[in-house]
Design a protein around this ligand. Structure first.
Ligand code: HEC
Length: 163
């Protein structure tokens, strides 16, 4: 009898330990399958974010020259938000260390919008456009030439201030 009790206790410990390691294996398999799914999730690439920035850049110009300062403010912040997304999702792209190149121009534009100063807005926008191109040149994308747009990027939006 004396020997049976410790044997039962030892048996229970072995059962618990086996069960535990089974659980760990199941958990690990679950983690691995989730990791595989995560690796497969769609993430927009830098070029896709850039196309968004291109659209906001063009809308910003037409908002500004039409003195629709509220829209201009919205568009310049959309550029900022897209840049934040680039920093978050494009960490595999070494080029993004040059992103700060456009910060001074963005700040000039924001100040111009606050003051509703058209000359300053146009100056900031020209500076911004030059900075887009500088970064492209510095990163083997000098063939992507950004210009001040000559016509609105869309025809289904009124860039004049709301009445
Ligand atoms: C960090 C430097 C950098 C800055 C600043 C930058 N770009 Fe880019 N841009 C790139 C790189 C790198 C690519 C190539 C992305 C790729 O490999 O798909 C690119 C690509 C583009 C493209 C091509 C997208 C396509 O598929 O047609 C456009 C348009 C563009 N940028 C617009 C802009 C505009 C507008 C600005 C300024 C408001 C700007 N970029 C600022 C680095 C930059």
């Amino acid at each position: 009898m004396k020997i049976i009790l410790p044997l039962i206790v030892a048996f229970c410990f072995i059962m618990i330990a086996c069960n535990q390691s089974g659980n760990n294996q199941q958990l690990q398999a679950k983690v691995d399958s989730l990791q595989a799914k995560l690796n497969d999730t769609y993430k927009p690439g830098l070029g896709e974010f850039m196309m968004g920035i291109q659209e906001h850049h063009a809308k910003l110009w037409f908002a500004g020259i039409n003195k629709n300062w509220k829209l201009a403010d919205f568009e310049v912040h959309e550029i900022g938000e897209t840049l934040d997304d680039v920093k978050k999702y494009c960490t595999d792209r070494p080029e993004i260390k040059s992103l700060g190149i456009i910060d001074p121009a963005v700040n000039t534009i924001k100040a111009a919008i606050t003051k509703q100063d058209m000359d300053k807005f146009k100056m900031g926008f020209t500076e911004l456009t030059n900075d887009c191109n500088s970064c492209h040149k510095d990163n083997q994308h000098g063939f992507n030439i950004i210009t001040i747009p000559s016509s609105p990027p869309v025809t289904n939006q009124d860039f004049k201030p709301a009445k």
